[in-house]
Design a protein around this ligand. Structure first.
Ligand code: DUC
Ligand code: ZN
Ligand code: ZN
Ligand code: ZN
Length: 473
């Protein structure tokens, strides 16, 4: 009551009536449109005066307890979705991992076992195809009917998830037949592996060299190749975690040509850079390993080269379509530290599921994006992109009552472990002072964050059976 409801298309002082798990009405304050004073009859009223009332965040890219790099991502579905709730994210879409030799359907079952009954907020799945073969291709349609309507391939990580161009072509043909979204990790992994080997052989073993051995040319080239294969096959293409401005140029060109190509970026690429990673670790006399905190793929890029400014610009033009976190947390102790003396053994990933809404709101504060664009890239478009609209991503009658009351005058400090709820022994955003604060979070009508208190529970979150993407041309 009394807040400014922000949607992708505008902002207005409106009251929102929740009945059970869904939104019953959105009305002018004081309206008697429904025949009576709504709020006199309500069981509970949340005062949102002076605050923004936005749809719960939709993070389309997370990896809870993902087996990777010889270890497993440190957030479970329970801890990771609880952290998401603290940060105003009420839906995640996580990745089921198929490794060679497994049936897709079996891996989906295994991921349901990990997540079902554990999550604090609603969750869906994408499917990683780790081995493109006849059986996997056949299995795709069954997954679509089970609400897993997007498939991720890797042009990186030879020997782990890597697909050849021929395999990519075949998977894209199947995706095109089904109308399913093909997600791509676009880096030339074959060439990168040579650069990595050469760096280690030279003695360039510190974390910083993770970034320099994955230069932007490798991302641009793979992005271009994926776009051409998608154009040939007609598959809708969603390029994940884009960090190089040159890769975005490729995406912008394809979009300009009318192709169904979408770019995703993540807060780490908008706020953090290779230079900071260098300053933090490589030359500080501590042995240089602090930089491992920011080892992820695609890597952080050079601020001096202007990638961040271009990413923000493309966020405005729409060629960056969504902002997700690629939340893939690892602790420094016993996980990242496996790579002391050899950066290639550092598990790749940054945790950030809790901070996305806050970090992207800083873009509003600094005038880089509008208030409405904030909601669009963090809530509404991810819901449409991944086939969950209008149940998710919008405050309108009939939608799930996933609602965040966001205080633009509040403050959030991101310090060491103590101020976040992710299962990590550090924060990639340590020292960030956020203008803004997530005050109240509702998930399907239930208050799960109230001021400083967590009122949710493991198992409240439900699996979201997704439709095909609603964001295609
Ligand atoms: N990149 C990461 O940084 N972590 C998980 C997988 C990936 O592609
Ligand atoms: Zn990836
Ligand atoms: Zn070319
Ligand atoms: Zn990822």
């Amino acid at each position: 009551h009394g807040g400014t409801v922000v949607s992708a298309t505008g902002s207005q002082l409106l009251d929102v009536l929740v009945d059970g798990e869904t939104i019953a009405a959105v009305v002018q304050p004081g309206s008697t449109a429904l025949g009576a004073d709504l709020f006199a009859a309500a069981d509970a009223v949340i005062d949102a005066t002076g605050k923004y009332v936005i749809p719960g965040g939709v993070d389309g890219h997370t990896h809870m307890q993902m087996p990777f790099g010889g270890t497993e991502a440190s957030d479970t579905f329970e801890t990771g979705t609880r952290a998401a709730a603290w940060g105003g994210t009420t839906t995640i879409v996580d990745f089921v991992v198929q490794t060679p030799g497994q049936r897709l359907q079996d891996t989906l079952g295994a991921w349901h076992q990990k997540a079902d009954g554990e999550c604090a907020v609603d969750y869906g799945f994408h499917q990683i195809i780790g081995e493109v073969n006849d059986e996997s291709l056949k299995g795709m349609s069954e997954l679509v009917s089970e609400g897993v309507t997007s498939f991720k391939l890797f042009m990186a990580y030879p020997g782990v998830f890597y697909s050849t161009d021929g395999q990519i072509l075949r998977a894209m043909q199947s995706a095109a037949d089904l109308g399913a979204l093909l997600m791509m990790h676009a880096e030339n992994g074959i060439a990168i592996d040579v650069l990595v080997e050469q760096a280690i052989a030279r003695g360039d073993t510190a974390p910083y060299f993770h970034g320099t051995s994955r230069p932007w040319q490798m991302e641009e080239e793979a992005t271009h190749r994926a776009i051409m294969l998608a154009q040939l096959t007609g598959a809708p293409l969603y390029v994940v975690h884009v960090s190089a401005k040159q890769a975005l140029e490729q995406i912008a060109t394809a979009r300009g040509n009318g192709q169904n190509v979408f770019g995703e970026t993540c807060p780490q690429y908008l706020y953090l850079s290779l230079e900071e990673q260098l300053g933090a670790g490589f030359l500080d006399g501590t042995g240089g390993f602090e930089g491992a905190k920011w080892v992820c793929s695609t890597p952080l890029r050079s601020r001096a080269e202007g990638h961040q400014d271009e990413l923000w610009r493309y966020l405005r033009t729409g060629d960056v379509t969504t902002v997700s976190t690629d939340h893939c947390p690892f602790c420094m102790k016993d996980q990242k530290d496996m790579g002391i003396g050899d950066f290639s053994k550092i598990p790749n990933g940054i945790g950030g599921v809790e901070h996305r809404m806050d970090l992207m709101f800083q873009g509003v504060k600094s005038g880089r994006i509008s208030l409405e664009r904030w909601v669009e890239v963090c809530c509404t478009t991810p819901a449409r992109m991944f086939g969950m609209y209008p149940r998710k991503g919008v405050i309108s009658p009939g939608a799930d009552a996933d609602i965040v009351v966001y205080d633009p005058a509040g403050h959030t400090s991101i310090g060491l472990g103590k101020t976040h709820h992710m299962n990590m022994d550090y924060s990639a955003y340590e020292g960030f002072e956020i203008d803004g604060h997530v005050d109240t979070v509702l998930s399907r009508g239930r208050v799960i964050i109230d001021g400083g208190a967590y009122l949710g529970s493991a198992g409240h979150g439900r699996f979201v059976k997704r439709e095909l993407s609603q964001n295609l041309i």
